[in-house]
Ligand binder design. Sequence first.
Ligand SMILES: [Ca+2]
Ligand SMILES: [Ca+2]
Length: 208
Amino acid sequence: MSTTIATYSGTLVMSPYYDDDEAELVFYLGYSTGPCTIMIDNVSLTVANYSAFVAPPAPEMVWNGDFSRAQNFWWYWSSSPTTVPDFSGGVFTLVNPNPGIKRTNMCIKSIDAKIVYAGTTYTISLIGHSSIANESIIVALSENGDDINDDGVLFTNLYTMPILLTLIDQRYSISFTNAYNSSNVSLNIFFTDTEGDIFIDDVSMKPE
Ligand SMILES: [Ca+2]
Ligand SMILES: [Ca+2]
């Protein structure tokens, strides 16, 4: 949360195998460090387009990695209220309304539940470019609230791919042999300290 008013939104992807008429919407505030006052208003939960619930063909693990379904299956977090990600038009676009001023914390997350197995090799890739050469972004397979690697941190980036974006689209990829069995990892792309207009497409993760 920031010290100014910002709107946060995300898509909760519900498995069709769950059916619970007693589900609750819960706000966990335990990670905040005092003294501070937290203010929340205009909480809204609406049903998204059911037709969007389509898994990509195997072995692809990233849902809506081509952004053809707008923000479905993607969540974003930013401490820069003026930085508004745009998921329309089949490309993820991050425009800087304040050229010359770097973004503070900013990331997008692929929120479908990813199940990974120890000993399996995975390849993560994406296409991207920036309006400024050598913009530094990081793609990470990360913990999602479970301390899988026992380092005491719940959101450790387990495998990372630093990328220096160029002015033209290129595909970047990383392969790694995963060391953990988990059903709770997430794919994140961090844009912290970038300042150009950034374009991302065809985000993919596949086992080999
Ligand atoms: Ca696309
Ligand atoms: Ca950890």
